[in-house]
Design a protein around this ligand. Structure first.
Ligand code: BES
Ligand code: MN
Ligand code: ZN
Length: 487
């Protein structure tokens, strides 16, 4: 497991700037006089800081970005990091500064002279960015050193830092799960890992194939029937408040070969990330438990593996879902919606939730529409969608609303059954969402997040190095705070 850098909150001490080892971070703005930490660093370096801040190079920096002075004379540190920040930075600038700190962070300790800057926002981004997946290396990089935040009044910042740490740990858990190869993270080992989360105060149940068979979950079971790994449904409950829960449902396809409708070999290895929706669900439940959220939330993840085999389902098969609808399986590679159909229905019938949100790496088509920058947001409830888009904007996670409309239903009308599982290439992510909506009860506020483009990226993303991003933890946590938590 990847370890997050430890964040340490400290009282402001000008003398530490000279004596701290590793990296020292100070903030400055060419438009105003040097803040006291930068001034001390300037004095110790005999004017190097003031010259750097007055330079053309510094003037060209965007707010929240910095430059590094190596082995600065007069300091014990091996690097002095000057970050440009205006007198009253907005959240976006603080995040950028945090990312800058996290990106430069390594095994050495780091001292951030935050002084009056809000630590929560700064630490959040720094901790999120300081991530490396080394679990499969024989000779892993050393773990991250601690990041010390020096604050003018540390006691007022303690809560914000604890929340930032909980969200960073949750996001890193999600990334670890998404980065893990499918021979190591199987339905069984994932379920076992989820069970250990009971130690956090979560109630965990794992349904096996027999239990799901008894419930009539043939759509989910059909996806996993060609795999040696048994299908499972994991249910995590966080009972931090009374009243009906919010249900979060995640697609957990441990590996998606496409099944009999086999995917091409090129790039198939990426399908280890097809449990991204489940990983966000599990990470979010950990965050809620760690921060003892005053909310009632249930996370449900359907864990299956989609393999071609003598027992695998075939194109043309008709399967009956728990709801009762019969689905014609045109393409065994459109498996995520089969899994979600049953888990969505189970979530609503068992828990009568106040709202349902599902997350899934559901369609390649959403990547064509939105690239790797924004997740697709489909919702039958404008207020829920608006609140989520606001939360996503506030936390810096990309999201964009997509349409739901009955006019797309003819594309998934089946000749022989009630519905078919694909509608061809046009509007591929919308027909997938329309399919899911069949399994949402009338009047139930529901939102589907298609995260196929954002769960894993080949280049670095706003908060993460290349690879798994953990997209969604921050935005969903903010949504829960705003709309599902009693204060
Ligand atoms: N897991 C894939 C979607 C996906 C594609 C996720 C690329 C991440 C990156 C999903 O199960 C799938 O195969 N969808 C098909 C649906 C089609 C057969 C209707 C797709 O998008 O091609
Ligand atoms: Mn597929
Ligand atoms: Zn899939």
């Amino acid at each position: 497991m990847t370890s997050t850098a430890r964040a340490v909150l400290e009282a402001f001490d000008l003398d530490a700037i000279g004596t701290h080892s590793g990296r020292v971070v100070v903030f400055a703005d060419p438009e105003t006089s040097l803040p006291r930490a930068a001034k001390r660093a300037d004095k110790l370096t005999k004017g190097a800081v003031a010259r750097a801040v007055a330079s053309d190079a510094f003037a060209k920096l965007k707010p929240g970005v910095g430059l590094t002075l190596g082995w600065p004379a007069g300091l014990q540190a091996e690097a002095l990091h000057l970050i440009r920040i205006p007198a009253k930075p907005d959240a976006k600038t603080l995040r950028a500064a945090g990312v800058c700190i996290g990106k430069a962070h390594g095994p050495q300790p780091c001292l951030v002279c935050a002084d009056t800057l809000p630590i929560g926002a700064l630490a959040q981004a720094a901790l999120l960015r300081a991530y490396q997946y080394e679990a499969q290396k024989s000779d892993p990089k050393p773990p991250f050193g601690p990041i010390h935040f020096m604050a003018r009044s540390p006691d007022t910042q303690r809560d914000a830092l604890a929340q930032a740490e909980a969200l960073a740990r949750a996001t890193h858990l999600t990334r670890d799960l998404v980065n893990a190869p499918a021979n190591i993270l199987t339905t069984t080992s994932f379920a076992a890992q989820i069970e250990t989360m009971q130690a956090l105060g979560l109630k965990v149940e794992i349904l096996d194939e027999a239990a799901m068979e008894a419930l009539g979950m043939r759509a989910l079971l059909a996806v996993g029937q060609g795999s040696e790994s048994p299908s499972k449904l994991a249910i995590l409950q966080w009972h931090g408040a009374d009243g009906p829960p919010l249900a979060i449902v995640g697609k957990g396809v441990m590996f998606d070969t496409g099944g009999i409708s086999l995917k091409p070999a090129l790039g198939m290895e990426e399908m280890t990330m097809d449990m991204g929706g489940a990983a966000v669900t599990v990470g979010l439940m950990q965050a809620l438990a760690e921060r003892r959220a005053r909310a009632h939330v249930v996370g449900l993840v359907g864990l299956v593996e989609n393999m071609p085999d003598g027992r695998a389902q075939r194109p043309g098969d008709v399967v009956q879902s728990m709801k009762g609808d019969r689905i014609e399986v045109i393409n065994t590679d459109a498996e995520g919606r089969l899994v979600l159909a049953d888990v969505l229905w189970y979530a609503q019938t068992r828990f009568a939730p106040s709202a349902v949100i599902n997350l899934a790496t559901l369609t390649g088509a959403i990547i064509i529409a939105l690239g790797h920058e924004k997740a697709g947001v489909f919702a039958n409830d404008d207020a829920l969608a608006a609140a989520f888009l606001q939360a996503a904007a506030d936390t810096g996670e990309g999201a964009w609303r997509m349409p739901l409309d009955a006019c797309y239903d003819p594309l998934i009308k089946s000749r022989i059954a009630d519905v078919k599982n694909t509608g061809g290439r046009p509007a591929g992510s919308i027909t997938a969402a329309q399919f899911l909506q069949r399994f949402v009860k009338p009047g139930m506020p529901w939102m589907h997040l298609d995260i196929a483009g954002v769960a894993l990226t080949k280049t670095e993303s706003p908060y993460a190095p290349k690879g798994a991003t953990g997209w969604g933890i921050l935005a969903l946590d903010a949504l829960i705070r705003a709309k599902f938590e009693s204060r």
